[in-house]
Design a protein around this ligand. Structure first.
Ligand code: SAH
Ligand code: SF4
Ligand code: F3S
Length: 433
């Protein structure tokens, strides 16, 4: 397939983004080239998400658009492919291959002509051992910051969530594979890796748990920065923050999804922690890492959520002072246990709660950001942007905050010291010091 060109589009979480990179890398290994332009593609791959109704609608709209390219092989993969299977073919008749998240090696073999596909192919088998490894040939990626999945699947079954049904059982990647992948990334100039899992705290490979894995990575790689996403509050332990405090290579940022600040709703969600436990983690963590940045996910309008439950959430965000947050209106997902509960919060109430929550979160965020003016941080330069007529180079502080600087002789991949000057939105302009 030497001359074949593939276009890939990824929806959903960072784990999906990592899978898309793996598929792209496996295709490249087979001689394919990757294109940014669907018009010139022989293979079009859309990696989909089913987390909320809206995510599915977006992907289906894309598929409709892309199915115009009749000569290209159209592939739908990821969570919505696993969920809807053959029904997708009815929605978008131009689809040639439907592949679930456990079937990407087979998918690449079909696309490269090693296995046949007649007349169209469904790859939905479950393989609870699959953990994908980036191929070693894939060294020239060019980005200084990369994602790396260390677990797949989830067995928490939060009552609103489809992930356990679509991604299957929890499995952890061999630490040796993780080290190989990081070393390979480092050869291509990677300075920062974000370890991914639906709950990285659940990582367990033989006797190696997440804390052991972090220590192995610190010892066996030269990575300048290590991040991780996501940590479930029920499993977070204080030694994680001690590791951050002891080691500047572990970034002082944690994504700690709250979901709700009401104990009654947390219980209905099956989250297995209370608001008091959540607040305890935040307070204790900040005693160990005083400048810790905490981000979160929050759902409004879960079945039976009353105004008082919502106010409980507002109270927790005021105490926790989140650096950033992803907020969502509850979206009923068929097959989950919350789907059987009465989705009784009116659409308008959900909308108002979301708007109020976002307003409060923004005020807190702005307050945190304003206090950073004039302070010095190390930033990892990871891309270029244009603002008005000026070119800037952009980077992130260890806390994952955006900073832009005048490029001068600077280039991506460098880590520089900057003084924060002017805040625009939530991005600081900085000056190299
Ligand atoms: N594994 C992560 C979450 C992954 S999904 C964790 O345990 O926190 C990302 C976010 O989507 C969730 O944190 C949740 O806030 C949101 N989400 C998941 N299912 C949802 C649903 N049915 N409706 C609205 N938001 C949902
Ligand atoms: Fe979904 Fe809960 Fe698993 Fe996160 S921990 S992926 S919210 S079931
Ligand atoms: Fe979406 Fe699947 Fe990720 S449902 S959020 S792409 S695990």
């Amino acid at each position: 397939m030497n001359s074949k060109k593939a276009y890939l589009k990824s929806f959903g979480c960072q784990m999906n983004a990592f899978d898309t990179e793996v598929i792209a890398a496996l295709l490249t290994e087979k001689g394919c080239t990757i294109t940014e332009d669907p018009e010139e593609a022989d293979i079009i791959i859309v990696n989909t998400c089913s987390i909320r109704k809206h995510a599915e609608i977006r992907a289906i709209n894309w598929l409709h658009n892309l199915s115009r390219h009749e000569n290209a092989t159209l592939v739908v993969c990821g969570c919505m492919a696993q969920k809807k299977g053959e029904n997708l073919k009815k929605l978008v008749p131009g689809i040639d291959i439907i592949s679930g998240p456990d079937n990407y090696s087979q998918l690449v073999s079909i696309l490269s002509g090693e296995l046949s596909k007649i007349p169209y192919t469904l790859l939905l088998g479950r393989n609870h051992d699959t953990t994908y490894k980036l191929p070693t040939t894939q060294q020239q990626h060019g980005k200084p910051s990369r994602f790396l999945s260390i677990t797949r699947g989830c067995e928490n079954f939060c009552t609103y969530c489809v992930v356990p049904y679509l991604r299957g059982k929890l499995r952890s990647k061999d630490p040796e594979t993780v080290i190989d992948e990081i070393n390979m990334m480092e050869l291509s100039g990677v300075k920062e890796v974000t370890l991914l899992g639906q709950n990285v705290m659940a990582y367990q490979y033989g006797k190696v748990d997440f804390m052991n894995l972090m220590r192995i990575i610190l010892e066996k790689t030269d990575l300048h920065r290590i991040r991780f996403l996501t940590t479930h509050p029920k499993d977070v332990t204080m030694n994680l923050f001690s590791l951050m405090a002891e080691n500047s290579r572990v970034c002082p940022h944690i994504h700690l999804p709250l979901q709700s600040g009401s104990n009654r709703i947390l219980k209905l969600m099956g989250r297995k922690y209370t608001r008091e436990e959540y607040i305890f983690i935040v307070e204790e963590a900040r005693k160990i890492v005083p400048d810790l940045a905490i981000s979160t996910d929050i759902i409004v309008g879960f079945p039976t959520e009353e105004e008082s439950d919502f106010q409980d959430t507002i109270e927790v965000i005021e105490l926790a002072r989140f650096d950033s947050a992803f907020t969502f209106k509850y979206s009923p997902r068929e097959g989950t246990s919350a789907f059987r509960m009465d989705n009784n919060v009116a659409a308008a109430t959900k909308k108002n709660r979301l708007a109020y929550l976002n307003k409060k979160l923004k005020e807190i965020r702005l307050d945190i950001f304003r206090q950073l003016s004039g302070k010095n941080f190390k930033i990892l330069l990871d891309g270029r942007i244009k603002k008005g007529k000026y070119q800037y180079i952009k980077g992130r502080t260890p806390h994952f905050r955006n900073v832009i600087v005048k490029p001068g002789k600077l280039s991506e991949g460098e880590i520089i010291d900057v003084k924060l000057q002017e805040l625009n939105g939530f991005t600081y302009t900085g000056e190299e010091i």
